[in-house]
Design a protein around this ligand. Structure first.
Ligand code: GMT
Length: 375
C-alpha cells in the first residue's frame, strides 16, 4: 500500500495520532508519505534508522500581495497531487477535516488516482466545523470522502447530529505506545522538578481556551494548600499567559513550572502522580490516555469522549465542568490514600493496554484502508 497522510504539524493530538499511526503502518511495510507545512514534531523525533519507507513532503505557503492570508487548502491539494503522480500513492488519509479533507478531495478530482479517508479529531467538527464560515464545506468534505472515522463514539454521534450527515462514521479510538509511555523511575530526573516528598500534578495541552488551563491552576492551588505538591504545565498556546497570571494571583507561582513544548512528554508523564484535564470540550483526550499508560490516574471534566477513555472511580475521576472544588477533592482523595492510589494507578495502566494498545488500533485502521481501496 502507498499512503499519503495530511496532518497539522503543530503540537496537538491530531498530528500526534497521524504521525504515530503513519509510522506504525510504515513498520508493517507500507510506504507512507506525510504532507504538512512543517515536519510533525513526533516525526522529527523518530530514530534515523526507524524506517526507510517514511517520507515527508513540506507544503509550502505561497505569498502574494493580493492574498492577505496563505491559501493553504490549495497549496496542500497541489502538493498532494505532486505526491500522487510522483510516488503513486493511492489512498490519502486526511487527519482533521479542515482543510485536509477538502484538499484531498480536490487532489482526488484532479488525479482520479486516490481514495480519501477522513479522520475527525474534535474541534474540526465540534467547534470550527460548526462555525458558519466552515459548516457547508465541512459537511461536503465528509459526505464526499470515501470513508470517515472519528476518534470516539461521542464525536461520531455529535458529527452525525450537528452536521445532519447521512454517511456512516466508523469509530476507531486513539492509541498509545505502552512500551514508550511507562512509569519513569529516574529519581534524578524527578528531582529536577520536585522534592521527594512533593506530589507532581501535570497538565499537557496546546493551551487553547477549550483546555481551561485556569481550572488546572485553581485546582492545583486548592490541592497544594493541603499537601506538598508541584504542578508541571507542558505545552504552549494562547492560554499560557492567563494561567500564569492566575498562578501569580493565587500565590502558587513558585510551585508551578511552565515547561513549554517539552519534546519527550513521556518522561514527564512518567514521573507524575495525577493528570489534570478540565477541558470544556475533548473528543477523546489523547494526553490523558498517555498519562494512564504511565500509571497516572486522571482527574478530568465529564465531557465529550473523556468518559470513553477514563473510567470514573476506577482509572480516575470525572467532575462537572468548572467544578475545581470537586477536582481538588478528588485529587486529594487519591493522594491521601495510598492503597486507593495504587489501585487507580494499576487500573489506568491496565485500561490503556487492554483498550488502546497499538496492536488493537492499528489493525482497525489498516482494515479500513484495505476496505476503502477495494471499493
Ligand atoms: O480538535 C482539536 O482540538 C485538535 C486536536 C489536536 O490536534 O489537538 O485535538 C483533538 O484530537 C485529539 C486526537 O484525536 C483528541 O485526543 C482531542 O481530544 C481533540 N481535542 C478536542 O476535542 C478539544
Amino acid at each position: 500500500m502507498k499512503l499519503a497522510v495530511l496532518c497539522h504539524a503543530s503540537a496537538g493530538g491530531s498530528g500526534v495520532v497521524a504521525t504515530e499511526l503513519g509510522v506504525a503502518v510504515a513498520r508493517l511495510g507500507h510506504d507512507v508519505h506525510f504532507l504538512a507545512n512543517q515536519m510533525p514534531f513526533r516525526l522529527s523525533m523518530l530514530p534515523h534508522d526507524c524506517c526507510d519507507n517514511v517520507y515527508f513532503h513540506q507544503v509550502g505557503a505561497y505569498s502574494y500581495p493580493l492574498f492577505d492570508q496563505p491559501l493553504t487548502t490549495l497549496n496542500t491539494a497541489n502538493a498532494l497531487v505532486d505526491v500522487i503522480l510522483e510516488h503513486g500513492t493511492t489512498l490519502t488519509h486526511a487527519h482533521y477535516a479542515i482543510p485536509h479533507a477538502t484538499s484531498a478531495l480536490m487532489a482526488r478530482d484532479m488525479t482520479a488516482q486516490t481514495k480519501v479517508m477522513t479522520t475527525l479529531h474534535g474541534t474540526d467538527v465540534t467547534l470550527v466545523g460548526l462555525d458558519p464560515g466552515f459548516r457547508h464545506s465541512t459537511k461536503y468534505a465528509l459526505e464526499r470522502s470515501d470513508h470517515v472515522t472519528a476518534v470516539s463514539h461521542f464525536l461520531a454521534q455529535h458529527t452525525l447530529e450537528s452536521l445532519k450527515l447521512e454517511v456512516p462514521i466508523q469509530v476507531i479510538y486513539n492509541m498509545v505506545d505502552t512500551d514508550r509511555f511507562v512509569k519513569n523511575a529516574d529519581k534524578r530526573f524527578r528531582a529536577r522538578f520536585a522534592h521527594p516528598d512533593e506530589f507532581i500534578l501535570v497538565h499537557v495541552s496546546n493551551f487553547r481556551k477549550v483546555k481551561r488551563t485556569e481550572d488546572v491552576i485553581a485546582t492545583f492551588a486548592k490541592v497544594s494548600s493541603e499537601l506538598p505538591a508541584r504542578l508541571l504545565m507542558v505545552g504552549d498556546g494562547p492560554e499560557r499567559a492567563p494561567a500564569l497570571e492566575l498562578a501569580q494571583k493565587l500565590g502558587v507561582m513558585g510551585r508551578v513550572h511552565f515547561l513549554g513544548s517539552f519534546p519527550n512528554v513521556e518522561s514527564i508523564l512518567g514521573i507524575s502522580d495525577i493528570f489534570l484535564l478540565p477541558s470544556s470540550q475533548e473528543s477523546f483526550g489523547l494526553s490523558a490516555l498517555e498519562a494512564m499508560s504511565c500509571e497516572v490516574p486522571v482527574v478530568a471534566s465529564r465531557t465529550g469522549g473523556i468518559p470513553e477513555v477514563v473510567t470514573h472511580g476506577e482509572s480516575g475521576f470525572l467532575c462537572d465542568l468548572g467544578d475545581t472544588d470537586d477536582m481538588a477533592a478528588k485529587v486529594l482523595e487519591l493522594l491521601k490514600d495510598s492503597e486507593k492510589y495504587a489501585r487507580f494507578s494499576a487500573n489506568a495502566r491496565a485500561r490503556a493496554s487492554s483498550h488502546f494498545h497499538e496492536n488493537i488500533i492499528v489493525p482497525q485502521y489498516v482494515g479500513a484502508y484495505l476496505d476503502v481501496l477495494e471499493r
